[in-house]
Design a protein around this ligand. Sequence first.
Ligand SMILES: Cc1cc2nc3c(=O)[nH]c(=O)nc-3n(C[C@H](O)[C@H](O)[C@H](O)COP(=O)(O)O)c2cc1C
Length: 283
Amino acid sequence: MEALLNSSKLLQHWPTIVLGVLLALSIKYLRQRRRVIKKELEGEEDIAVNFPQSTADDDLQPALEEKPHVLFVPGQSLNPNGARRFYEVMRGRRSVRAFNPHKQPSQEVIEDCIRAAGTAPSGAHTEPWTFCVIVDSEIKQTVRQIVEQEEYINYSQRMHAQWVTDLRPLQTTSTKPYLSDAPYLILIFKQTHGLTANGRKKLHYYNEISTSIAAGMLLCALQAAGLCSLVTTPLNCGPALRRLLDRPANEKLLILLAVGYAAEDCKVPDLERKSLEDIMVKY
Ligand SMILES: Cc1cc2nc3c(=O)[nH]c(=O)nc-3n(C[C@H](O)[C@H](O)[C@H](O)COP(=O)(O)O)c2cc1C
């Protein structure tokens, strides 16, 4: 009888019990989401918000040396018609997926292109990039193995059906011969943070944007040098490639670039570009 009374009391309170359980589950879910989001943002702009506060204000030092400003000296210009000439060079850029393995661009040209990329602007002049240049055919072969293994899983499991369908006109697959055929692979890493001269952690604000700008400048330089390139972002390969190249944990792979000359029978998709009217809004 007593048990019956207890269970009927329990029944009376069922809305409170259900609400309690739902509340507990929601809190658990929100905590999990917060952990995931924090992990996703780790090393990104978020780092600026989460940086541990210094104990004393006079302990704060800028990462850059404080020096008097110098007079601005304008750089060289390609004028007359510099912009038009630059556009004419850039409109010839295409993503090339078939490289001539026998035609090798000179190391000096590649170095000059990376020098050009290194002139990119960066958040608080942190220069948060590392360009790893691979010429060694065994390392290129290992890169290819790592990428093809992951891309097989990406295409068959990780990428949703719409993504795979959207790639169909480009005729890309999980097989990547260009990774061993291209004479150079340039792996562009963003550095999520660095170290100051006295060994303190240096924040790399907007490291992804800064490194992407540098990568864009590298593409322009390669094009100006008459070379072909392919930007790739192989999903889930970053950690394995970072370990292969023995890069530190604060470096995260942003772009894997294949560089060289196109194979003679290289074909590219027949793409159209948006017109100026489509991409520019005048006020
Ligand atoms: C961020 C980014 C990621 C890309 N990832 C890949 C990739 O993983 N594999 C690939 O074959 N092409 C990749 N591409 C190349 C694009 O497919 C290519 O730029 C686009 O189709 C336009 O062709 P175009 O470069 O010849 O103008 C990527 C391009 C960008 C900008």
